[in-house]
Ligand binder design. Structure first.
Ligand code: SF4
Length: 363
């Protein structure tokens, strides 16, 4: 397969009054043409900053300080603003969390989609209007011809998100970057929007970078996924392998926090502690203060992403990689978690972590 997007050693910092925040630190991943790639992690993991970097939307006080972002082989980081704007409109579509805010309130929804088509594809106005109506219809807006003339405030949240997807698809992009596209929606609407996104990605043969904090969301939607923690990738895997055989304790912890229908426990398992301060992350493995398997070595060495089978440094071409000392130096206690899977991906996945400790070692 051909990579539509390659991100290599990307580093993004924000210079704030409180100090320098390293939001993304040496991040590398690739997205193949037509695949849906999930990027998952808690708030503060750096996943949205990574997505904004791909779109060239990092503003002051943020700076991209290293690495490359190649879209179809072209380095986006060396493009000027007008070249970037053209890539963003023609070849990379975007869907953000707050679709209503992304739409201009003083133009009708249809006009905004048609204007994008006119500007980027050079359609005459009537053809752009027809294409916008067809797209609105395709994303499930009933009576699309009439609703073309509605303003964003006349659309529900779910309809705004459908319109945003129509806008993202309007210029036949190669990639859609969808940043938490369903977080603001209720769960039934969320499920329908995710199904729609998956269906259209397939139909339009477009790659999707789906950013979410919810591992459950990517289960039925993505082909592969990358788990991020404190600005770094900690695991990358095809989705089935991620669910059935997670190699990183953080991934396993996220799995155990997925709610399941019929679960009669009073409380959901959680990962103890919180994401570290990005201005002053802990030394060694950034996950060590929260990791039930942490050992002394974890406080000293920041593990690199490696092939968990061989311990060799992961490359952009590797589908499977994890950043834990277990796969290089070895841990004296090993990674002792059990995996129970009920159903398949997209259904209910049950995992339990046999927590040996309440948390990591004292610092
Ligand atoms: S075992 Fe150590 S290296 Fe592996 S995730 Fe836990 S703290 Fe990090």
């Amino acid at each position: 397969m051909t990579a539509v997007l390659e991100v290599e050693d990307l580093t993004v910092r924000f210079y704030t009054e409180e100090g320098v925040v390293t939001a993304v630190d040496g991040l590398s991943y690739r997205i193949e043409a037509g695949e849906t790639f999930g990027v998952v992690g808690e708030s503060g993991a750096g996943k949205s900053v990574a997505a904004l970097s791909v779109l060239g939307l990092i503003d002051s006080p943020g700076r991209i300080e290293g690495g490359e972002v190649r879209f179809e082989g072209e380095d986006l980081l060396s493009m000027d603003e007008s070249e970037l704007r053209s890539v963003r409109g023609d070849e990379v579509g975007t869907v953000f969390q707050d679709a209503r805010a992304a739409l201009n309130p003083v133009y009708t929804v249809g006009e905004q989609i048609a204007e994008t088509i006119e500007h980027h594809l050079g359609y005459p106005p009537s053809a752009a209007r027809d294409r916008a109506i067809r797209l609105l219809d395709r994303v499930g807006i009933a009576d699309a011809e009439t609703r073309y003339s509605d303003y964003p405030h006349e659309f529900s949240g779910g309809m705004c998100q459908r319109a945003a997807i129509a806008m993202a698809l309007s210029c036949d992009p190669e990639l859609i970057v969808a940043d938490e596209p369903t977080t603001a929606l209720d769960v039934t609407v969320e499920a329908r929007i995710l199904d729609l996104l998956a269906e259209l990605a397939d139909e339009f043969d477009v790659a999707v970078q789906l950013v979410t904090h919810d591992l459950g969301v990517i289960a039925g939607t993505c082909d592969r996924a990358m788990v991020m923690y404190a600005g770094e990738a900690v695991e990358t895997a095809p989705i089935e392998e991620l669910y059935y055989d997670p190699k990183h304790p953080y991934t396993a912890g996220l799995m155990s926090a997925i709610p399941r229908v019929g679960d009669d426990d009073d409380r959901l398992p959680t990962i103890p502690g919180t994401m570290p301060d990005p201005i002053d992350p802990p030394p060694g493995c950034r996950f060590h203060p929260r990791c039930p398997f942490a050992e002394e070595a974890c406080t000293r060495t920041d593990p690199a992403l490696v092939d968990p089978e061989t311990g060799e440094a992961a490359t952009l071409d590797d589908d499977r990689a994890a950043a834990c000392l277990e796969y290089t130096e070895g841990l004296s206690g090993g990674l002792d978690y059990s995996v129970e899977v009920a159903g398949g991906t997209g259904e209910h996945v049950e995992k339990t972590i046999d927590e040996r400790d309440e948390g990591g070692p004292d610092e």
